[in-house]
Design a binder for this molecule. Structure first.
Ligand SMILES: [Fe+2]
Ligand SMILES: [Fe+2]
Length: 325
């Protein structure tokens, strides 16, 4: 199976490999079906622009690197409940949020590679919550490189999951970090460090961020991690950038927007060519990434011409030139 943009869907060659969900998290279209052209339009209307499909080229690819969609959706619905409670001036259902956090931590711990599910695989009403869940997963993956303990991972994850909660009460993009901070710092079960993740997630290492323009040591490492994960997630989902390009954008901000150690941890933890990506190699072959084992930059690939599979870790002179659709 592989992820594709809905606009690349071909009814003759592909069928759905994972279900499509509606805004309530119910199955709208079950797996193992073809998507009829009438339904394609409906999916686009609700904001779904990515689907997971099975075709001959992606046969045998399991996408184990990606969080299971029902588990992902569970946490998204918990987060939605939390954000909507705050929007309705009701208390945050903290116990559920912490359950969600623990699930994400357990998942990232056991998974060597984290591949994010694009937020536009689900309807637009759920995409903000999917965004914060993805930011949390990516942040935990970065944090793994720092060897954080469970308490640190928890504070980071709570902050990441709630980093955009200010958006529920304020429309002004410049003011949502502080609004979020003010919500979170008044909840006594939430660490002040987590509240500061919300406050600082749009600050940059060189002091050119917002709302306060703080810099360097004034910034929490947690907030730097969340800031990188947030930018990466937005490049993928709002700018529709492929992972390797989004990674390039972040690398170019090394030492300016983001601290070097955090950029390095990010680059070590996030795969530029996730499984299911079609690529062109420097030997002229077209191939598809099948899995990632130990080397995040050197995945297993299968030649589309012959079906022959190789681990790029064993062939240091073969390079990935670009991705294709
Ligand atoms: Fe934000
Ligand atoms: Fe965000």
């Amino acid at each position: 199976m592989r992820l594709i943009q809905l606009s690349d869907y071909d009814e003759q060659l592909m069928q759905l490999a994972k279900p499509v969900y509606d805004a309530q998290g119910r199955i709208l279209l079950a797996a193992n079906n073809k998507i009829h052209s009438k339904f394609l339009e409906r999916l686009m209307q609700v904001g779904v622009s990515y689907v997971v499909i099975e075709d001959a080229e992606s046969k045998g690819i399991t996408l184990d690197e990606m969080l299971d969609m029902p588990a992902w959706l569970d946490v998204i619905l918990i987060v939605r409940e939390g954000y909507l409670s705050v929007a309705g001036k009701k208390p945050l259902p903290l116990r559920n949020i912490l359950k969600g956090v623990d699930k994400l931590i357990a998942d990232v711990k056991y998974r060597p590679v984290v591949m994010s599910v694009p937020i536009s695989t689900i309807p637009v009403e759920l995409q903000l919550y999917a965004h914060v869940v993805n930011v949390t997963l990516l942040s935990l993956q970065i944090a793994k490189q720092f060897g954080y303990n469970d308490l640190q991972l928890r504070d980071l994850a709570v902050g990441c999951l709630l980093h955009d909660i200010g958006k529920t009460i304020i429309d002004d993009q410049n003011k949502h970090p502080e609004a979020g901070f003010n919500i979170l710092r008044n909840i006594k079960e939430i660490s002040l460090l987590s509240a500061h993740v919300a406050f600082q997630h749009h600050e940059t290492y060189d002091g050119k961020g917002y709302p306060r323009g703080i810099s360097g040591k004034e910034m929490l490492e947690y907030a730097q991690i969340c800031g990188i994960a947030n930018m990466y997630e937005n490049l993928l989902s709002k700018k529709n950038m492929p992972p390797h390009e989004a990674i390039e954008v972040i690398m170019a901000l090394n030492g300016t927007s983001f601290k070097e150690t955090v950029v390095h941890a990010f680059a070590k933890g996030i795969a530029p060519y996730p499984p299911g990506t079609k690529i062109i190699l420097n030997n002229g072959e077209r191939a598809i990434v099948t899995k990632i084992k130990s080397h995040i930059q050197r995945p297993f690939v299968r030649y589309l011409s012959s079906g022959h599979e190789v681990s790029l870790a064993d062939y240091p002179n073969i390079m990935i030139m670009n991705s294709t659709s």
